[in-house]
Design a protein around this ligand. Sequence first.
Ligand code: HEM
Length: 516
Amino acid sequence: HDNELYEYLNRTDRSTCQLYEFKEDHPKPIGILTTSSGKLVEIRESIGLNSDVFSNQYNIDLMTHTNAERIPERLVHAKGTAAFGYFEVTNDVSQYTKAEVFNGIGKKTPVVVRFSTVVQNLGGNDLAREIKGMAVKFFTKEGNLDLVSLSFPVFFHRDPIDFPYFIHALKRNPKTNLFDFSARWDFITKKPENLHGLLWMLSDYGIPNGYRKMDAFPIHTFQINNKHGGSYFVKFNFRTEQGVENLPSSAAEAITARDLDYYTRDLYNAIENKNYPAWTLEMDIMSFDDIKKIDYNPFEVTRLWKKGTYYTVPIGRLVLDRNPDNFFRVSEMSAFNPGNLVPGIPGPLDNLFKSRRSAYRDAQIYRLGVNHNRIEVNTPLYSKVYNRDGKPPVRDNMMDAPNYYPNSFNGPVPYVDPSRLKERFTVFDVNAVDLDQPEYFIKHYLRSDQRERLINNTIPTLVPIAPYLQRRAIRLLTLTDPSLGREISEKLQEALKQPPPPPLPVLNEPKRKMKS
Ligand code: HEM
């Protein structure tokens, strides 16, 4: 019997072994079953049949708890998976930032990282062609630092008002509850600044070969400062030490048919097998003088910094070496907020970021409650607040300390930061749409085989939409890069001539006529 089990465990992967591993660690039951209030459960209470189920407190406890198991899924990034690890400083960056977490070669700071897809619902497909998230929370001695990052170095739009509509267009149709290419192309062609991000999504970068094999970018230009008050502007980049690897659509489709959780499984197995994934954190830097000289807006989230206008320095390594023991407790209850910054990193100045500062907190108050920073996975190493009460968990709720400020009774007091920046900046964004960035991406960033695949990935998104939307999309692509527009147009015409793929049974219904 044992041999049979041994053979089975040897041929299966670590994620499939989890229950057997638990049993190996716990050769006997881990205790006597109780109700949630701690009453020991007698064996006959564990059977409902032919018993007075409503006098059975165990039954009531179990059923009512099950009904309340779910919390709202995240508005975006609903499907994800988390891991613990550490960040280790490898380079002296004290001349740029005084942030404690990035200073002192060899210093290690604990982190929790959550990877995610963006528009999938909980339980959705890891391999869908879209953006991926990598949110990193550093538990620093100066408070939590959250670098909430995406797998692309650019964002879709710079105006925060566009975000809710962008998400509606990308997520499911309100009637059919299906993803809807018409909504996507309609929105993108009406708001063409989104094209650059969309092209990243349609390119190879839209389907990484696992969370371990992708870079990640907090995207915004962050202001940072050293202990003398000297200030710099930087873009952080997490560069995967596993090497960037993407999957062509055909390979992704084949895997999807077998495993919607491919990324989740891959990350779990790598960590269980002690093949710890790592990223180098580096920053692209411009000084004050540099940004005065350049001929573009370095705070613009839809564009890349131009080569030759900045230099890059490494900061350290992020290593993930522990899977959470419980998914809900860590992945679902984690709350990342880009507004969680530390001294030495005053942060981005653009409007999109300002909007994110409140959006995340508001979403988390709705999703997890006002005390989400008192949930274990989010708790900073040190905190002394005047916030009180609210829905649990309240932890020690600051016990008997004064609950108003200022007070004469030695409640917590603010500190003085002599290096605090004296100058304040306002970044003015413009509404003008420039297509030079998507053009650069197509012409200079992608290799010719990558460009070819981008074209092939675009066609299936255009085939199902109305001719006038197809024309609008082609026009926008042509304005961006005439030869790209022409090639996509030609391939689209060819594709439209092809007989449609054999219908799936459910599609084999008579077509309903629209009123003309
Ligand atoms: C106006 C722009 C944006 C808004 C309003 C916004 C809003 C949100 C909201 C409400 C959530 C869910 C939070 C939760 O329930 O815990 C979220 C998650 C996330 N956002 Fe954004 N977002 C914006 C732009 C961005 C940008 C520019 C990035 C990356 C540079 C980004 C990366 C992420 C990531 C990685 C997550 C998932 C965090 C996790 O794993 O829990 N978002 N966003």
